[in-house]
Design a protein around this ligand. Structure first.
Ligand SMILES: Cc1c2[nH]c(c1CCC(=O)O)Cc1[nH]c(c(CCC(=O)O)c1C)Cc1[nH]c(c(CCC(=O)O)c1C)Cc1[nH]c(c(C)c1CCC(=O)O)C2
Length: 361
């Protein structure tokens, strides 16, 4: 069934992502729907995290919370979900443990593990397995009434692999390093499988834009990045547009956020993504130099910790960031350099946005 949605009233971020000159810098923040908002806790109640993702009514409510709170200020919504729904669709169990983060009770242990073979051979029908995400997207689009575009997203193959073998977050990445350095081919087979599911998953999500999060890219050396992350990010960038064409959908701008992969910025500029997310350890002016004349748009990159600082510090950072990205009328989407953290005062985020408006209009 073809869905009818109200026309987009604010397409600033889309025009910017396609490289056009714009009247001011578009802005949103990663994890803008989340724990720093009191209304998030209220709407979530006692629901478990993944229950909220699977309930289209709740997921759409959470997606819209920052859009309502920062109405007329923020320029994009991102669907409330998680990167770990792909391992779930591949047949793995993932829980969200309060105050600890994601936990896989049975991570993949080695290529001889039966579970590894099952994951690799599973024929994943993402339209069925992840239909709750599509329902949440459709409902959210109706509720948005065209106010701002809605971004879809997925985890990058490398980052998903980290979770699937580590079983959660990690400090020393013992398991994933064992996989890449002991079983490189089995690792690549799995990364390829994940990349294929990512393409289909994004294609069916696609509304306005698609963001690929490679949150653990910074754990790789440059040569390991070239071997275990880059080819799969490139696979997604190459095959998503083809798949969208097959589905008779319009192309959408694609965003890659490879956290910590500063060494790869030059290569990322040639990977087929329109937008590259930068974390806060990268200097905007340096990044602009590396980009050169390539028609790439940057997204980022304020230290998320700025939102614990004083108003004066926020103003100073915004001023510097705007200057670093060249004024902000082209080639830049303002954001934090990673997701917003808990305990931020939502009024301080509002101030950050307002200062961005003031310095970039
Ligand atoms: C690595 C990663 C994950 N999830 C995601 C990433 C990539 C981005 C990044 O690097 O931050 C992506 C993500 N997770 C969530 C969103 C929703 C949309 C949005 O940005 O507003 C998005 C885009 C909701 C969430 N995902 C999660 C929460 C917090 C859940 C809660 O405790 O209520 C939210 C709102 C949980 C989650 N999910 C994940 C972790 C590590 C955690 C725990 C983090 C923490 O405790 O701060 C995996």
């Amino acid at each position: 069934m073809t869905q009818k949605f109200e026309p987009l009233q604010n397409d600033l971020i889309i025009r910017t992502a396609w490289g056009q000159k714009v009247e001011r810098t578009p802005m949103w923040v990663m994890r803008q729907a989340g724990r720093y908002l009191p209304e998030y806790h209220q709407a979530k109640g006692k629901l478990d995290f993944f229950q909220t993702c699977r309930d289209p009514e709740v997921a759409s409510t959470l997606t819209l919370q920052p859009i309502d709170r920062y109405a007329g200020i923020v320029d994009a919504a991102i669907i409330f979900s998680d990167i770990l729904v792909i391992p779930q669709a591949l047949g793995m169990t993932v829980e969200m443990v309060d105050k600890k983060g994601p936990h896989f009770p049975h991570p993949l242990t080695s290529p001889d593990d039966d579970q590894y073979k099952q994951v690799l051979s599973k024929n994943v029908d993402v339209a069925v397995e992840l239909d709750y995400v599509y329902k949440a997207i459709t409902l959210t689009r109706h509720k948005l009434k065209g106010r701002v575009p809605l971004f879809g997203f997925c985890g990058a193959p490398w980052t998903l692999l980290c979770y699937m073998v580590e079983g959660g977050g990690s400090k020393i990445f013992k398991e994933v390093k064992t996989w890449i350095y002991k079983y490189p081919q089995a690792t690549k087979d799995l990364l390829q499988k994940i990349a294929e599911v990512c393409v289909e998953y994004l294609a069916l999500q696609v509304q306005a834009g698609a963001q690929v999060f490679d949150s653990w890219a910074g754990e790789l050396s440059p040569s390991s990045f070239n071997e275990f992350s880059q080819p799969y990010l490139a696979y997604i960038a190459k095959h998503l547009p083809t798949r969208l064409e097959e589905l008779k959908l319009e192309p959408v701008p694609m965003v890659v956020f490879a956290k910590g992969a500063w060494y790869a910025l030059d290569a990322l500029c040639d990977m087929g993504y329109q937008v590259i997310g930068l974390d806060w350890l990268q200097d905007p002016a340096e990044a602009v130099k590396i980009r050169g004349t390539r028609p790439i748009v940057f997204q980022g990159n304020a230290d998320p910790g700025i939102l614990y600082g004083s108003r004066e510090s926020i103003t100073k950072l915004v001023k510097n960031m705007v200057a670093g990205f060249g004024g902000g009328k082209q080639g830049w989407i303002a954001n934090l350099g990673h997701g917003i953290t808990p305990f931020v005062n939502p009024d301080d985020l509002k101030f950050f946005f307002e200062e961005l408006h003031r310095f970039t209009t």
